[in-house]
Design a protein around this ligand. Sequence first.
Ligand code: UDP
Length: 244
Amino acid sequence: MKENIMGVDVTTLNEQQLMSRIEDDIKRFQKVRIVAINPEKIMMAEQDLNLRHLLNESTYQIPDGIGVSIASKLSGGIVKGRVTGIGMMGNLLALANKNEWKIFMYGAKPEIVNQAARNIQKKYPKLIISGTLDGYINDTQQIMKTINEVQPHILFVALGSPKQELFIKNNMEQLHVNVFQGVGGSFDVFSGHVKRAPELFLKTGTEWLYRLIKQPSRIKRQWALPLFLAKVVTSRRRTRKQHS
Ligand code: UDP
């Protein structure tokens, strides 16, 4: 149920299958770890073996952004559509709301995480926000203690990548939590400080274009996508040659 794109695993489950898996996992008290995979991370993982392990040892690697599904198609794979990191967080919030589960939000600036928590509680009144912590506290022992006191079903970690993935990897054993998700800048979006693209861009998979228009300095980051796709195509050719 996974496909390997240039060394990095990506789930081939669709959004619905993934969510019912995770619901089951939580009900069976399993510990699962969700990581969003995008072209930037795949390119970084090509140079950095530790990062590659960090991504591949997660339970579910979700195809965050259109770049990953295009890459899959180009290499003959079946990853369809995308499950963005923030979309996944929304799905988990809905699941928590349905089951009246506890969530914990760790990361971002204090006013951001608190505002995001208030907005989330309004939108999902039945879930329980068991705690919030900002992402600029350095006392890991205190962070662990605070989270373990409330034992949330789902922990969202918003420290940016790979900091959040490292936090999860290093501490998940000791944390009494079922689902861990690194969510990057999602608290900023839920707080209302950063706007997501209008529906049209989301539906057509062109959120990157909207972000580029709003923030032209992103061009440096976005160059990664065409470079990445070119690499996928050439590495596929190379693999084919080796097999012929
Ligand atoms: N952040 C944090 N602690 C840190 C560094 C970053 O809490 O030491 C937060 C930051 O305030 C922001 C998020 O992590 O809310 C990173 O968002 P970004 O969009 O950079 O993450 P990406 O999704 O690009 O990895």
